[in-house]
Design a protein around this ligand. Structure first.
Ligand code: GTP
Ligand code: MG
Length: 194
């Protein structure tokens, strides 16, 4: 898929606010705050500032819907695991995210994991939750530009102590160099064709 056209559609909190589904499949991006969800969406769509990014975790607090090629939506979800906000606020973001994941929207969820970190308890909970509720998902390791191949190899070994996966089952992405963009775009295509 070549993403020729992309636009912000709307922000949402409740299911009633989600836009009318198109194509019966949409793609959502989850992961801890600062993992690079919004940056990946910008990279994938070749837009610099469509999704707001920030050095400060907790930038995306609402569900943000983007439309690509008038064909499907990309859904930027609030991040989890960000300590520096009041508990009540964190809970509100968490609820917004969970409501989306538990909704009947037909979706494929991309779980973003920072390649430099061993998955946190919350990352593992997210994966277990998706497994339990049978929500289809795919792992994307982000910020791969920050590591040499050698470091990556070692790091993946450590990550494997927490989660099982084959390299061929996951995607690797750099929003900086756009490495992994073609693979991801192709993956979206295949998912839409199924
Ligand atoms: P929240 O909205 O808080 O949940 O964060 P997010 O997951 O949307 O992260 P965001 O895209 O805002 O990126 C967080 C920071 O990481 C920013 O400073 C980005 O520039 C940086 N970043 C994101 N992706 C990459 C990447 O692939 N490589 C590098 N080097 N930096 C990245
Ligand atoms: Mg964001």
């Amino acid at each position: 898929m070549e993403i020729k056209k992309s636009d912000f559609v709307k922000s949402a909190v409740f299911e009633a606010d989600y836009p009318e589904p198109i194509n019966n499949l949409e793609f959502a991006f989850v992961g801890r705050s600062n993992v690079g969800k919004s940056s990946l969406i910008n990279s994938l769509t070749n837009r610099k500032k469509m999704a707001r990014t920030s050095k400060t975790p907790g930038r995306t607090q609402l569900i943000n819907y983007f439309i690509i090629n008038d064909e499907t939506y990309l859904v930027d979800l609030p991040g989890y695991g960000f300590a520096k906000v009041p508990k009540a606020v964190k809970q509100a973001w968490g609820n917004t995210m969970e409501r989306y994941l538990a909704s009947k929207r037909s979706k494929l969820v991309f779980v973003l994991l920072d390649i430099r970190r061993v998955p946190s308890g919350e990352d593992l909970e997210m994966l277990e939750w998706l497994d339990y509720y049978d929500v289809p998902y795919k792992i994307i390791f982000t910020k791969v530009d920050k590591m040499s191949n050698n470091e990556k190899f070692k790091q993946l070994k450590d990550i494997r102590k927490k989660i099982e996966f084959k390299n061929s089952d996951v995607l690797f992405y750099s929003a900086l160099s756009h490495k992994g963009r073609e693979e991801l775009a192709e993956y979206l295509d295949e998912a839409l064709e199924e």
